[in-house]
Design a protein around this ligand. Structure first.
Ligand SMILES: [Zn+2]
Length: 256
């Protein structure tokens, strides 16, 4: 009896051990399954591999912005070097990791007409869920499909492309376009792509980690035929399986 109980414990420990290894190889985070990680179903505030940017030298627009530690370290170095050249111009982070639930809030507020959408006067008057989804998808991801879930992506200063076309914005954008890759950062949503999200000059991604999470996302999409995205439904999620891979993968080739 005792032996059998002992054997069960050994077996459970062995199974847990293999689960541990399977998860750790992908994300570096042991207790979160990869499919939960890449769809943002975890709390970055509680995870030791994430850092609160308020505890670093990275300037922030608000409290409680989190990034993976490697991404924050590279960003800190990049901004230090920018400041050496342009001490008077401020670059600061306005958004970093957003989990599934915060992305769900953004998406549903837009879907239900409670938050404005560029170029759309009244989304509730629009006919057809596909058209509504595509209108929101110009600049916002569906929950479960955002690079902001991964702890690798940031938005800076201003969420309008016009800001980066003159003055400080232009200096910042030109400097980042030339230098960001030296620190592992890249602009995923450039102009001139043939689909996906519109150009976002404010969104930068730490590629050494993000490229792995993009591969994981695609691998799980293929294995589950997209059904891993349906674990938690949200308003307007009806076309998620069809639209998500087109938007997730339509990025600047230099960021892959
Ligand atoms: Zn962004």
């Amino acid at each position: 009896m005792h032996f059998i109980t002992g054997l069960k414990i050994v077996l459970v420990l062995q199974i847990s051990f293999f689960a541990f290894i399977a998860f750790s190889a992908e994300t570096g985070i042991y207790e979160i399954p990869v499919s939960d990680y890449v769809t943002g179903r975890f709390n970055p505030e509680k995870h030791p591999l994430f850092v609160n940017l308020s505890n670093t030298d990275i300037p922030v627009a608000r409290k409680n912005l989190y990034l993976r530690k490697e991404a924050a370290l590279a960003l800190s170095k990049m901004l230090q070097d920018f400041r050496k050249e342009y001490p008077k111009i401020k670059i600061y982070v306005v958004s970093a990791t957003r989990n599934f639930y915060s992305q769900k809030n953004i998406w549903e507020e837009k879907w239900n007409g409670k938050r404005t959408i560029a170029g759309i006067e009244n989304i509730k008057a629009m006919k057809g869920d596909m058209g509504k989804a595509k209108a929101i998808l110009q600049f916002s991801s569906m929950p479960g499909t955002s690079r902001h879930h991964w702890g690798t992506d940031i938005d800076i200063n201003s969420l309008t492309n016009e800001y980066y076309e003159k003055g400080d914005g232009l200096i910042i954008y030109s400097w980042l376009s030339k230098n960001a890759q030296r620190y592992g950062y890249c602009q995923p949503y450039t102009s001139g792509r043939t689909g996906g999200y519109s150009e976002e000059k404010w969104h930068w991604s730490y590629i050494p980690l993000a490229k792995n999470f993009l591969n994981d996302w695609n691998k799980i999409y293929k294995e589950t035929e997209g059904s891993f995205l349906e674990a938690i439904p949200f308003d307007g999620s009806v076309y998620i399986k069809e639209l998500a891979p087109l938007y997730v993968n339509n990025i600047n080739p230099e960021c892959q």
